[in-house]
Design a protein around this ligand. Structure first.
Ligand code: SAM
Length: 213
């Protein structure tokens, strides 16, 4: 086992200690090399349970928050999933293991291009990246069994709720850069079920149905 593999084992154990129970999520954390998704100068910190800057004023999210959001989606392996906020591509790489097909939207072109490079380097081909405003969704590939939003907005974008299957789950931080709460929404025949999960911190979701740029 090399140094990074050992650090990933340690991170997975730490996340388990903090309450992450989904074995598939923990296995994906053990497998995906997070150090490749951060600037080279920060590779030594990649397996700390912290968010890190990735350029353009954006961050790769804290591993615990990523693991919690993925666990909330309760993926079994064949789902079509939409992620808003590709960022570094790390969470998309985890989703590529946990789901069948991943669609991810990033508004900053340079981040999307860098994420594509790293995913290609890892031979991850079930992730489709689009550059644009994720609050508008991706109608060509709807509906999605799960949607995860990696930035904090004022409310769940209505178009994304429409693009969720009946029975589908959405993990979404609601709030702004000063503070947010992670919310799980389930779309049922009777309406939306809402569960407030944890307080969290995220960069703002910027777009038509979010905060202004
Ligand atoms: N999931 C990412 C990862 O694994 O590195 C972390 C995402 S970072 C915390 C949030 C990202 O959301 C930023 O890259 C930001 O540019 C992007 N973003 C913010 N508003 C967006 C929008 N309306 N559509 C798409 N991306 C957006």
């Amino acid at each position: 086992m090399n140094l990074y593999e050992k650090q990933r084992e340690r991170l997975a154990a730490e996340l388990q200690g903090k309450g992450i129970r989904d074995e598939r999520v923990l296995a994906a954390i053990r497998k995906i090399p997070r150090h490749l998704f951060v600037p080279e100068a920060l590779a030594g910190q990649a397996y700390n349970n912290t968010s890190l800057p990735i350029g353009e004023g954006q961050t790769i999210s804290q591993p615990f928050t990523v693991a919690r959001m993925l666990e909330l989606l309760a993926l079994e392996g064949g789902e079509k999933v939409l992620e808003i906020g590709t960022g570094s591509g790390y969470q998309a790489a985890l989703l590529a293991i946990l789901a069948g097909q991943v669609f991810t939207i990033e508004r900053i072109e340079s981040l999307a291009r860098q994420a594509r490079k790293v995913l290609d380097r890892l031979d991850i081909y079930n992730v489709n990246i689009r550059i644009g405003d994720g609050t508008l969704g991706w109608s060509r590939y709807e509906p999605f069994e799960a949607i995860v939003i990696a930035a904090a907005g004022p409310e769940p974008p209505p178009v994304l709720l429409q693009q969720l299957t009946l029975g589908g789950r959405m993990a979404v931080p609601l709030g702004d850069h000063e503070g947010a709460e992670l919310v799980l929404l389930r779309k049922t025949a009777g309406g939306l079920e809402k569960q407030v999960v944890d307080p969290c911190r995220f960069v703002p979701l910027i777009g038509k149905d979010a905060w202004p740029g």
